[in-house]
Ligand binder design. Structure first.
Ligand code: CS2
Length: 454
């Protein structure tokens, strides 16, 4: 394939086998960062390579023009590098047609949601993109103009008025029951102002839950340089990932969908066992590696998991704290899952920064740690590994101070200033703490936490 820039890629690089220009955009995707480009866009490329048609993706960034300015001049094309050890498998992905920046061209985003050829709206907007309060409700201050709820509300209202079909709204973020949460939050955003629209959405749209999994470290300038050396083209939108990929999607589509099974996706009646295992084991271990690893001076995940002072704690967190809270699906082997996760974390070719995982802790820890803590508290059991990780998060909040990368940075910083290292655990996890809706620490937990903040 010859790129718009005139460059011809080496034939060894696998390229889209379908006529890109002839495909209608069946998908609008909000949050077109590296994760989407290494995950759902690849499955969609696989589906079109296998013969499906009209599933090109219109990507949307809510505010930042970065991805649009990288991808649009490249006609939406980008390379995917799968790295393990010294080996890199390189492939050109063609599924993305264009990228819109909602803050720059809001009407084009609304038009895309309303377009007759659109069947699916998908989301990787990260946990904070859902505009929730710490107890999980919709935060009206964050859900107004410029939020996903604003664009969905306007686009879906146009669909309803035009008598068009409802859509599948597919959340691909790391939240427990992500589909159910999106349905509930969208309803809360629409119902007070537009009850008829909220009823129409309820009657015609669906919100499948999904579990998405692929480790995607942020691309670095050195990565772009090595791609340019390998394929003779400076790809501004290159994404780096691991060979592993998994997608389990609840089978509740409102209309047609791509055959994502062509890329290995599982479409199933019940996603929960996969989603909960992934959040509590993989993501729970990831966040623990991040805060404990940073406190011990590590930069990357593969360094932290190789630290003999940390590895047993991570092992304990996955096998003895997270796994017992789960009800596995038939054939789901949680011990084998833990083994596979440790091997994935140890992949030194990924250079996955602990700081990338450490951001937005306030949005991540309820589903990664607090649900597990609440489960064991009901059985009267302690979770020393998660408590150590929680203490490390508290220490991280203190060290980062006003520079904390978290949507709750300001309130967390204020709490730290008022309560200090010794009182912070109670301010967060005491009976009237910020996270009391998810888990309330016992006095013994609070003194353990206060005693081990690094
Ligand atoms: C990570 C995830 O940054 C983080 O918080 O835990 O992005 C993780 O890499 C993915 O969920 C893996 O599928």
């Amino acid at each position: 394939m010859r790129l718009a820039t005139g460059v011809a890629l080496p034939p060894a690089i696998r390229q889209p086998g379908y006529d890109r220009a002839a495909q209608a955009c069946g998908i609008v995707h909000f949050g077109i960062g590296a994760f989407h480009r290494a995950h759902q866009a690849v499955y969609t490329d696989d589906a079109m390579n296998a013969g499906d048609r009209d599933w090109a993706i219109t990507g949307v960034s809510l505010r930042s023009a970065g991805v649009a300015d990288q991808m649009n001049p490249q006609d939406g094309l980008y390379t995917l590098s799968e790295r393990a050890g010294d080996a890199t498998a390189l492939r050109l992905i063609g599924a993305v047609r264009r990228v819109l920046v909602a803050a720059r061209e809001p009407q084009a985003v609304i038009d895309a949601v309303a377009a007759p050829e659109t069947r699916i709206i998908s989301f990787t907007i990260t946990e904070k993109g859902y505009a929730r309060t710490p107890d999980g409700g919709l935060d009206p201050a964050l859900a107004g103009a410029g939020s996903i709820y604003d664009f969905l509300g306007q686009g879906l209202a146009r669909r309803m008025a035009a008598g068009r079909a409802g859509l599948t709204l597919l959340s691909c973020d790391n939240l427990a029951d992500n589909g159910g949460q999106l349905a509930r939050l969208l309803d809360a955003a629409l119902r007070p102002r537009a009850p008829a629209l909220a009823d129409w959405v309820r009657a015609t749209c669906t919100f499948p839950a999904s579990m998405v999994d692929r480790i995607v470290p942020a691309t670095t300038p050195a990565d772009r340089h090595s791609i340019a050396a390998a394929c003779g083209w400076r790809d501004e939108a290159a994404v780096m990932t691991e060979p592993f990929t998994q997608w389990v999607i609840e089978d509740t589509f409102a209309g047609p969908r791509p055959r994502w099974e062509a890329g290995g996706a599982q479409v199933t009646a019940d996603v929960r066992p996969f989603e909960t295992a992934k959040l509590r084991m993989l993501n729970g271990a990831h966040s623990a590696l991040a805060y404990l690893g940073l406190a011990r001076g590590h930069e990357f995940v593969h360094q932290a998991i190789a630290d003999p002072g940390l590895a047993p704690l991570i092992d304990r967190l996955m096998r003895h704290e997270a796994a017992p809270t789960l009800t596995p699906a038939p054939g789901q082997d949680l011990a084998a899952y833990a083994d596979a996760l440790i091997a994935r974390f140890a992949n030194p070719a990924l250079n996955h920064r602990l700081r990338q995982i450490a951001m937005d802790g306030s949005q991540k820890i309820p589903q990664r740690w607090l649900e597990t803590l609440a489960f064991h508290q009901r059985q009267g059991r302690a979770c020393p590994a998660i408590l150590a990780a929680l203490a490390a998060w508290i220490g991280f909040i203190g060290r980062e101070g006003a520079a904390l990368d978290d949507p709750l940075a300001a309130p967390l910083h204020r709490l730290w200033q008022a309560a200090g290292a010794s009182g912070m655990a109670a301010a967060l996890f005491g009976a009237s703490g910020l996270f009391a809706a998810h888990w309330v620490a016992t006095p013994a937990d609070l003194s353990t936490l206060a005693g081990c903040v690094p």
